[in-house]
Write a protein that binds this ligand. Structure first.
Ligand SMILES: Cc1ncc(COP(=O)(O)O)c(C=O)c1O
Length: 440
């Protein structure tokens, strides 16, 4: 038995989970497709597909009209806000919808930057996706000084001491990621928010990568803003921003004049993508359904998996879902990590010490040591893709990290991203394929 085989994930009703996702049944060149590309976007369950197509079929309308389809659109938007409020643990009026996380962050940096100028500082990190970097760098045009928190290169964790040392009375905002989309590191967000606040700075959190893997509680984090993208957690291509009510009211958006001044509408410019938003409540409800499905306390004894829950609120069901998701994903990650570490020619980036795995997501970046042109991340991803494994190569826009680790010019990393619908069999097949491609 290999080291990898000693790790089996704790139970999740994986057959029920996979049956929700029509896309997972595909094959490539006769091989079953293994979706290991979750960090770039996950697949969607049937209920999300239905919600979007039903909206287009029945209700396709603009808001605030005095007729049935428009009223149903208003109700659908309110439902979607309430669902995201349950997902993040905030008020529904603190939820702003937008095209994607990047555009929302540019909108917010522009509004925050209105009041900033020379003498003000913003602190960003080397670990972040560029969507939480460039919108802040843009404020250099206004004379704002941008400072960088460094990383520990050996395990790709954030150097929190360095971050703390760079905070001062001029710091107006700290922009951090909840988790790295390249190497999986989870940052001590709550501690960093507290540090930022102790200097009077705002805390802006990019939770795009973390959202499919762990419970988010903005009330507990006490962050000022948190952004995520629903296409990373089983929903449509939409961005969602949480902003503390006081900031959404206080800051001045660049909005058109007829648009309401009420929060959160004043941050949503132009007509939104209603059909996608119709899928947002469905994707949050899917996650809640995992919790109801998996949580034995919601079933009477003797009842089978899948018995509808009777006891939990949606938030409680979401909490329960993330417990099951975490157990399953960590079982898979342990197995994958153990198997990859047996392939001598592969270097794994990020946290590899199992005692620290609570500080990482199941997103693994690897490279062949002393790679040939046949073994670049792109070459590996292509060979795996031909065998039905969907992985990514490159920098995934975590550009500062690949530059800092000096892998940018040689193709970045091969990224293997697990989510809860992946299986032990997929992990084992991937390891076998990598052994064949790279050599044991
Ligand atoms: C960590 C992280 N932040 C931000 C983004 C950008 O998200 P969006 O595509 O919604 O703008 C991504 C997308 O990959 C991401 O992984």
């Amino acid at each position: 038995m290999s080291i990898a085989e000693t790790f089996a994930p704790a139970e999740l009703d994986i057959d029920w989970v996979r049956a929700q996702f029509p896309a997972l049944a595909q094959t490539v060149n006769g091989h079953p497709a293994a979706f290991l590309d979750g960090p770039g976007g996950t697949q969607v369950p049937q209920r999300v597909i239905d919600a979007i197509s039903n909206y287009l079929r029945r209700d396709n309308a603009n808001t605030c009209g005095a007729y049935a389809t428009s009223r149903r659109t208003d109700a659908m938007l309110a439902d979607a806000r309430a669902a995201m409020a349950d997902f993040l643990n905030c008020g529904a009026d603190e939820i702003v919808f937008g095209q994607n996380m990047t555009m929302l962050t540019y909108a917010m940096s522009r509004a925050i930057g209105r009041d900033l100028g020379p003498g003000d500082e913003i602190l960003i990190t080397r670990l972040d996706h560029d969507a939480n970097v460039s919108p802040w760098l843009a404020l250099e045009e206004k004379g704002v000084t941008i400072r960088w928190a460094e990383i520990h290169a050996d395990d790709c964790t954030l150097d929190v001491e360095d971050l703390a040392a760079k905070l001062n009375s001029k710091t107006r905002l700290v922009a951090i990621g909840y988790a790295s989309n390249a190497v999986g590191t989870i940052n001590p967000v709550k501690e960093i928010v507290r540090l930022a606040h102790s200097f009077g700075a705002l805390a802006y959190v990019d939770a795009v990568h973390y959202a499919p893997h762990g419970l988010i509680d903005v009330a507990d984090l006490d962050c000022d803003f948190l952004v995520c993208s629903t296409y990373k957690f089983y929903g449509p291509h939409m961005g969602v921003l949480y902003g503390k009510r006081e900031h959404l009211e206080r800051l001045r958006p660049y909005k058109v004049r007829p648009l309401s001044e009420a929060v959160p509408l004043r941050w949503e410019w132009g007509t939104l993508n209603h059909e996608c938003i119709a899928g947002v409540a469905a994707c949050v409800d899917y996650i809640a359904e995992i919790g109801r499905h998996e949580n034995p306390t919601s079933r009477k004894s003797g009842e089978k998996w899948g018995t509808p829950a009777v006891v939990t609120t949606r938030r409680a069901a979401i909490i329960s879902a993330f417990e099951s998701i975490h157990r399953h994903e960590h079982g898979l990650m342990n197995r994958l990590m153990a198997g990859l570490s047996e392939i001598r020619r592969l270097k794994i980036y990020g946290i590899t010490d199992p005692s620290c795995f609570d500080w990482r997501c199941p997103t693994l970046a690897v490279r062949v040591v002393e790679q040939s042109t046949e073994e670049t991340p792109l070459a590996l991803a292509t060979k795996l893709g031909d065998r039905g494994f969907f992985t990514w190569d490159g920098n995934y826009y975590a550009l500062n990290l690949t530059e800092r680790l000096d892998v940018e010019k040689s193709g970045g990393f091969l990224r293997i991203g697990l989510v809860h619908y992946n299986t032990v069999q997929e992990v084992d097949r991937l390891l076998a394929a990598l052994r064949e491609i790279v050599g044991a």
